[in-house]
Design a protein around this ligand. Structure first.
Ligand code: PMP
Length: 354
């Protein structure tokens, strides 16, 4: 770092994203991207005319995209906010509502503490239970901004909608942010509650179930006043936060519901196979509601599995956190990738048992 860096940023520990290696071709099961391409309608909408129009700024109000999302989810267009990935939406939320303190689970998306540090916010965490589940009543009385991913990452476990509603009722002075990055793979969405509770914000991404991680698009749904808070930040930061091509891609991805459902269906099926096969091989696999599984093997340390898989061309994700250091988070790939994963894991298990 330079000697000019602001004092305020000296102790900041930036987020470390999963590897995006360029050295060789890996089977990439490490960053929860979709193994399937975007809808063909997305691909044909990004045509040369649209590319030529890149000389123009994007629509600061993202009218078409916002209305398409609003129609699809049956909410008012003023209740939708789009950002440059859900990371940007989350970051704006921390900035907007975090100064009375932020609370999130001790094991969850690794960006939450980074946003809190970036904006100098006080934050506390609530511990997961022994089985890695999250008891939402542990957030009661915390005040400020309450943030959790549902389903949670990296566990894949989800909390029922009724417990979210209880949390909203018991904590009307807190903002409750539900990060639904993985909800399409089997969680219960809280979107139906945004009209009823003015302290709820639901955050979604196009990166996982809509095949657009590289386009960087996320959005939030909440009552109009909360959305206007986010717009206040956006228009003080980057009014053109979503680029022209991404705005088109996002609207087309929403409109092609068949493609979306087919991809989600295939991923859920493969997740079932992966879970069963890993269990056959002696892994303890948490029942996932997301597009990844979280698993450990009693005879195979997490770092050994990670290193050996990488040597053999497969990338997965693990975390250097004491309680989960033996666990691996494995993104659901295609069926072929999953077959290859089984073969390689069998080889590794043989190697370590010698
Ligand atoms: N929330 C959770 C729980 C995530 O795992 C991720 C992806 N790493 C994100 C948000 C951010 O997704 P994106 O910025 O790609 O929309």
């Amino acid at each position: 770092m330079s000697k000019f860096l602001s004092q305020k940023l000296l102790s900041l520990k930036p987020y470390v994203p999963g590897e995006q290696p360029r050295d060789k071709k890996y089977i990439k099961l490490n960053t929860n991207e979709s193994p399937y391409p975007p809808s063909p309608k997305v691909v044909s909408a990004i045509n040369s005319e649209e590319i030529k129009d890149l000389r123009l700024y994007s629509d600061p109000d993202l009218k078409v995209l916002t209305e398409t999302i609003a129609d699809y989810f049956g909410v008012d267009k003023n209740c939708v906010f789009c950002g440059n990935g859900s990371d940007e939406v989350l970051s704006f939320a921390f900035l907007a509502w975090g100064d009375k303190g932020v609370t999130f689970p001790s094991i969850s998306y690794g960006f939450y503490p980074v946003f809190a540090q970036l904006y100098n916010l006080n934050y506390t965490t609530v511990a997961l239970k022994k089985d890695f589940s999250l008891d939402l009543t542990d957030f009661d009385g915390k005040g400020g901004l309450i943030v959790f991913a549902n389903p949670n990452a990296p566990t894949g476990l989800s909390a029922p909608l009724s417990s979210i509603e209880d949390l909203l009722i018991k904590n009307p002075e807190s903002i409750v942010l539900v990060d639904e990055a993985y909800v399409d793979f089997g969680g219960e969405s809280a979107v139906s509650l945004i009209e009823k509770y003015n302290n709820l914000i639901v955050v979604r991404t196009f990166s996982k179930s809509r095949q657009l991680a590289g386009a960087r698009l996320g959005f939030a749904m909440a009552n109009e006043e909360l959305v206007s808070d986010l717009n206040r930040i956006k228009f003080s930061f980057n009014p053109y936060n979503v680029n022209r091509l991404t705005a088109i891609a996002g609207a087309e991805a929403i409109k092609d519901d068949t493609w979306f459902k087919e991809c989600v269906f295939k991923i859920i099926n493969t997740r079932g196979r992966l879970t069963a096969e890993l269990r056959n091989l002696g892994f303890n696999v948490i029942e996932s509601r997301a597009n990844f599984v979280f698993a450990e093997h009693p005879q195979l340390p997490g770092d050994t599995l990670y290193t050996k898989l990488k040597e053999k061309g497969i990338l997965i994700r693990r975390f250097n956190i004491k309680t989960i250091e033996n666990y691996s988070r494995i993104t659901i790939g295609t069926d072929n990738e999953t077959d290859r994963l089984f073969d390689v894991i069998k080889e590794i298990l043989q190697e370590v048992s010698k």
